[in-house]
Design a protein around this ligand. Sequence first.
Ligand code: DO4
Ligand code: MG
Length: 278
Amino acid sequence: MKLYRTKNGCLVEHSCAFYSVEGNSWEELLTRDDLEAHLTKSIAGLPALTHNPLAEPNILRAPIGNQEVWAAGVTYFRSRDARMEEAKSAGGGDFYDRVYKAERPELFFKATSNRVVGHYEKVAIRKDASWSVPEPELTLLVSPTGKILGYTVGNDMSSRDIEGENPLYLPQAKVYARSCALGPGILVSSAPLPSSTEIRLEILRAGQPAFAGSTTLSSLKREPATLVHYLYRDNVFPNGSFLLTGTGIVPPDSFTLNHGDEIRITIDGIGTLVNFVG
Ligand code: DO4
Ligand code: MG
């Protein structure tokens, strides 16, 4: 079952049919530990819509209310490698290997909802950065009690030159206006995703492929539930949270995003999140 936030309200997709769900605010839905059962009950007996509402352009909104967005880092070997290289001259190379191997994961604050864009919206690259990349990441929707309620596609936009200059610049490399994209909707399920789940990134420049890469969840070093456990330790999330689980796809060092690029991130079973750089 998938849940979408649209300009007309909440939409549920179930067994190839769409249902308009009324009577619950987005905030209310995203804090329910029984979200899947609640939505199943809400659509029982409702007539399915006679058209595909997602065919309407610009109908989707980012699937976030007032949750905080957090992110995990260096959870794939590919990310560890890339960060060690980028931070070598700053003397930070060793940190990334240490955090990759450590019991405690790297977790950082990524965004408030006003910094997040949805499907088909524009993400930003910093004006003071010269090396910008998208990071395609499986993203967890977590309830206030720490239960994984579902999954969405996330883009942890990053300024690699700023991050590489000094690891203490990480918040500036990661947190800025339109630095995060989430969507298109939420796969509502508390069951772990299969390790064969593929994550794919395609970047198009003037309509032509500029980069393509893929990975699977079998390369994710840490269990999503363990990441949530660390995030919720001695912390409170009254509205729940979104947690990006790290990137396993890193374009070559010669690659940087340009204005106008189209970023397409697909995760099996969840969907494709499309954004433009602007
Ligand atoms: O430590 C830097 C950030 C790492 C990150 O965002 C990732 O691995 O996805
Ligand atoms: Mg990341």
